[in-house]
Design a protein around this ligand. Structure first.
Ligand SMILES: [Zn+2]
Length: 155
């Protein structure tokens, strides 16, 4: 085998965590309402019956996490919203926030990403972030509902 250190452009072979179907790399066109950034997704081959996908890091075939269905995507968006407030509100720096997340999830910093999370840990992140935010009300400028920012809606 010839392991070159070339940038991998081949799509990864991945299975749908919800139905076991193959995940197919394709454009988000037709799945996102709009796709101005030409986002690429791994989409379950049983889409739309199985509404499961994950986006890639821009310009790569590397998924940003574990594929999720609609319900989990919404939960991850909510978790990300509250988690982001930890550093956006100035309670802690961004790096500290990720260290805090790694500690909460009991994973190395490199794996401390909301995109990897399932239902349980999303709820933990929401709960623990809210606790911190409530303890620091002076910093808590954002109390609205989770906003679905363009890219983040596509976790
Ligand atoms: Zn599926």
């Amino acid at each position: 085998m010839n392991h070159k250190k070339k940038k991998q452009k081949k799509s990864l072979s991945m299975r749908c965590p919800n139905c076991g179907g193959t995940m197919i790399l394709r454009s988000a066109d037709g799945i996102y309402r709009e796709n101005p950034n030409h986002t690429m997704l791994y989409v379950c081959k049983h889409y739309p019956e199985c509404d499961t996908y994950i986006r890639t890091h821009p310009g790569t075939t590397i998924p940003v996490g574990v594929p999720a269905n609609r319900k989990l995507r919404a939960l991850r968006n909510e978790a990300h919203h509250y988690f982001d407030q930890l550093y956006l509100s100035g309670i802690m720096g961004k790096r500290d926030a990720y260290l805090w997340l790694a500690d909460l999830l009991q994973v190395p910093l490199s794996q401390a990403h909301i995109g990897y999370l399932g239902d349980y840990y999303c709820r933990e992140v929401i709960k623990e972030s809210q606790k911190l935010l409530q303890r620091n009300p002076a910093h808590n400028r954002c109390s609205g509902s989770p906003s679905l920012r363009g890219g983040a809606a596509a976790l």
